[in-house]
Design a protein around this ligand. Structure first.
Ligand SMILES: [Zn+2]
Length: 438
């Protein structure tokens, strides 16, 4: 008798229209990048949606069944989205309208909850001119007989994927971007080298797109910058990783690789292209050449870093990072310190530490490319001409010889010798030869 009643109640619950079950749209986050604006709706549960575009003026209409806005929902536009409006439709349904500032192609998908977020509806608005603009940026990199070596700098994570978070709330995506910007500036001043930023702002780029961008830029090297995290807050020091052909060189390395690889799940990429597995196997096979180059490069970087920074391990580690799977491009991943360690979290926020990490990365890269010059590059030409990794510096107002020496990490004495200077007297506009530090 009792069970029959329960059964009856269950039927009522299952089939009665129940307004309490409506899904709340709790918030919206917008991430703008040169190619697209990503709009992420945070939801209290799963939702059915329908999306269509209207023109004159350009706008995107999203209908959500049995949904409503949570209190205090007042989003601002960003990027492609000029403003966001909403209204109730047919009693229980919600209509959200995105007014566009420029023409964009919409794509939408729902994402299941994960460690960081709950149910989400993701609307990607691809700029019609965006893809073209991205290609233009790549094409503008110098090419030709004495082309520079192109270094793709990949600041890890971004957008809704914050990466690891320190005990004081420092986000990995922010500090690695700061280090990446410093490396970019150093490379701009480095003769024979040119930086190429894989991500230039706070937005999400899938692991595969990162590799593809490096390939489109015809990069000679791919450097991914991260900050480590571990359950034991005492873990500390920087590490350099390369891709391994057969599993990880260290158990913790595989744990780390799993965590970094899961960025795509956090970032909400739709993993629909299943044929990828075959492609990635083929990719692995064609990689042995670039893996040995990566190892050698990683080795130079560890040498430079370990003399000057605290290291977690004084050797190149190997693990299966998805982001390092660029055939033909030597690729390394640098964990700049442990963000999970309270002292190192502070270090990661310090300009001096960031600058040091960038500088020793640069020196490792420099050592590698001067020892293994890529044919057809300016460095190969300089090596042929018997030059060393020598640079020029034009003196600007307020600079001193000792400041310049610090900047290039050479002694004042070496700069004096290279330029036949007797004292510390220098003048604005004067061009100094900066000798190599090694
Ligand atoms: Zn990371």
């Amino acid at each position: 008798m009792r069970s029959a009643l329960t059964f009856l109640l269950l039927i009522l619950v299952l089939f009665a229209p129940n307004p309490v079950q409506a899904t709340d749209v709790e918030g919206v986050r917008l991430w703008d990048s040169p190619e697209r604006t990503r709009v992420v709706f945070d939801l209290s549960g799963p939702v059915e949606h329908r999306l269509f575009s209207l023109s004159e003026p350009d706008r995107i209409v999203i209908d959500l069944s049995d949904a409503r806005l949570a209190d205090g929902f007042r989003p601002d536009g960003d990027g492609v989205v000029e403003s966001i409006r909403s209204g109730t439709r047919e009693e229980n349904d919600l209509r959200v309208v995105l007014d566009l500032a420029e023409e964009a192609r919409p794509r939408s998908f729902v994402v299941e909850p994960n460690e960081q977020y709950g149910h989400r509806l993701v609307v990607d608005l691809d700029r019609v001119q965006g893809q073209e603009r991205a290609r233009e940026a790549v094409r503008q990199l110098p090419s030709g007989e004495d082309r520079p070596v192109v270094i793709a700098i990949d600041p890890g994570h971004g957008g809704e994927d914050p990466g690891a978070i320190g005990p004081q709330g420092t986000r990995e995506k922010d500090v690695v971007m700061q280090i990446a910007r410093r490396l970019e500036r150093l490379l701009e001043e480095e003769p024979g080298m040119e930086p190429f930023m894989i991500r230039t702002g706070d937005y999400f780029v899938s692991l595969r797109d990162r590799v593809q961008r490096a390939r489109d830029a015809e990069a000679d090297l791919f450097v991914s910058i991260h900050a480590d995290a571990f359950k034991d807050p005492r873990a500390r020091g920087a590490s350099v990783y390369t891709l391994s052909e057969q599993g990880a060189s260290h158990e913790a390395a595989q744990w780390l690789a799993d965590r970094e690889n899961s960025a795509d799940l956090i970032g909400g990429v739709k993993l629909s292209d299943k044929d990828d597995t075959v492609a990635s196997v083929l990719m692995d096979l064609s990689q042995s050449a670039s893996i040995s180059a990566s190892l050698e490069l990683g080795d130079r970087m560890v040498q430079q870093m370990s003399g000057n920074l605290r290291m977690h391990k004084r050797e190149v580690m190997q693990a299966g990072f998805a982001v390092l799977k660029a055939p033909d491009i030597p690729s390394i991943l640098v964990e700049s310190a442990f963000i999970s360690n309270p002292q190192e979290e502070q270090l990661l926020n310090q300009q001096e530490y960031q600058e040091n990490v960038a500088r020793y990365m640069l020196k490792g890269v420099r050592d590698y490319f001067w020892e293994n010059p890529v044919p057809g590059t300016r460095i190969a030409q300089m090596v042929r001409d018997g030059d060393s990794a020598e640079r020029e510096h034009r003196i600007s107002r307020g600079e001193t010889l000792s400041a310049i020496a610090r900047k290039y990490d050479v002694s004042v004495q070496k700069i004096r010798q290279a330029n036949s200077l007797n004292g510390d007297q220098i003048r604005v506009g004067q061009v100094l030869r900066i000798p190599t530090s090694s």
